[in-house]
Design a protein. Structure first.
Ligand SMILES: NC(=O)c1ccc[n+]([C@@H]2O[C@H](COP(=O)([O-])OP(=O)(O)OC[C@H]3O[C@@H](n4cnc5c(N)ncnc54)[C@H](O)[C@@H]3O)[C@@H](O)[C@H]2O)c1
Length: 320
């Protein structure tokens, strides 16, 4: 399948990731068929997409008449065959369950056109396992989006054992076309690339917090205003090159043996979870939240986060 032949997209699963992935394709003019198990889930997804599009427009990231045409291009269905037959690029954002995804991929292949690309948004499973029952494995690919998917630019594009170069190249070109930042991942390691880095950083940050080096708010402040600020602008390798690799070698010699290297899950997370402190959804995590979900205050908190993200998106990526 080549980029110029991709006309219609199917997104399977309309939850947190699926509705944002659908929105991203819609914003670039692609017709999207969104599938989920119940009409009520699809109606919620459509309402969320509408609200998100309004926020993009309010922030100057969408032209005025774009919302109507985008929503017109969205069709929803609870019939899998209807979603995938005639679709050229199919992306699955169903629950992270191997048997469910294997079954879904097998069904999709039986309904879709022979050369359609079938992508998974899995965060922790391998394409080789998910696609075990698919006959034409060269058209399978992992596209790992980050939450919120309609805003965070990077999408990891991961090859399975049998994925063809053409499938990878077309997927990368398609993601470029919809203004994402696709990154080819050559080895299918657990956690791919970004989540491995994120977990390494979280391990150290949680350890510093447990040791009482600073409060959660101060650690957030320190990271946002230093490495967060730099990394969002120039990345890691340019940061190191600009500082000097000789200096980085010295810093690593001094610190590498002294930082956290445990292979256990961080104790502080185990403790907080055992106390029912799950974060915003339970009212308390590292911070306290007094949100009335029945008054839509959680949606309001998400909108506030997205507004912050959209300011950065505009500055760093949108018009570049
Ligand atoms: N949430 C994240 O931050 C995040 C980030 C990256 C990747 N992912 C991955 O994306 C996928 C979806 O995660 P999510 O957070 O959107 O989950 P979610 O629970 O919000 O949404 C999943 C949706 O899939 C639907 N579904 C259930 N069975 C299905 C089936 N057989 N076929 C199609 N849809 C079905 C559910 O009704 C639900 O609406 C998972 O593989 C997850 O690991 C999630």
């Amino acid at each position: 399948m080549r980029l110029e032949n991709i006309k219609t997209i199917a997104v399977l699963g309309a939850g947190i990731m699926g509705h944002g992935i659908a929105q991203t394709f819609l914003m670039s003019g692609f017709p999207v068929r969104l599938f989920d198990l119940k009409e009520s889930i699809l109606a919620t997804a459509r309402a969320h997409i509408g609200k998100n599009l309004e926020l993009f427009q309010d922030m100057g990231l969408l032209e005025e008449p774009a919302i109507g045409p985008a929503l017109k291009n969205l069709s929803t269905t609870t019939d899998l065959r209807d979603a995938v037959q005639g679709s050229d690029f199919i992306v699955e954002a169903a629950p992270e369950n191997l048997a469910l995804k294997q079954n879904l991929f097998q069904q999709v292949e039986s309904f879709c056109r022979e050369d359609a690309i079938i992508a998974s948004n899995t965060s922790s499973l391998t394409l080789t396992d998910i696609g075990a029952r698919v006959k034409k494995k060269e058209r399978l690919v992992t596209t790992h989006w980050f939450n919120p998917p309609h805003i965070v630019p990077t999408v990891e594009v991961v090859k399975g054992e049998k994925t063809s170069d053409e499938t990878v190249d077309t997927t990368v070109a398609l993601l470029d076309r919809i203004k994402k930042l696709p990154v080819k991942i050559n080895l299918e390691l657990p956690g791919f690339l970004v989540n491995r880095v994120q977990v390494a950083m979280a391990r150290e940050i949680l350890d510093l917090y447990e040791k009482g080096v600073a409060s959660a708010a101060d650690i957030d402040k320190a990271i946002k205003g230093s490495i967060g600020f730099r990394l969002a602008s120039i990345g890691m390798f340019l940061t190191m090159d600009l500082a000097g690799l000789d200096i980085w070698l010295k810093v690593c010699e001094n610190l590498a043996p002294r930082i956290q290297s445990s292979t256990e899950p961080p104790k502080i997370l185990q403790e907080l979870v055992s106390q029912g402190r799950y974060g915003i959804k339970s009212g308390r995590g590292f911070y306290d939240y007094t949100l009335d979900f029945s008054k839509g205050e959680l949606d309001e908190a998400v909108r506030k986060r997205d507004t912050e993200f959209l300011k950065r998106l505009k500055d760093l990526y949108w018009d570049n």
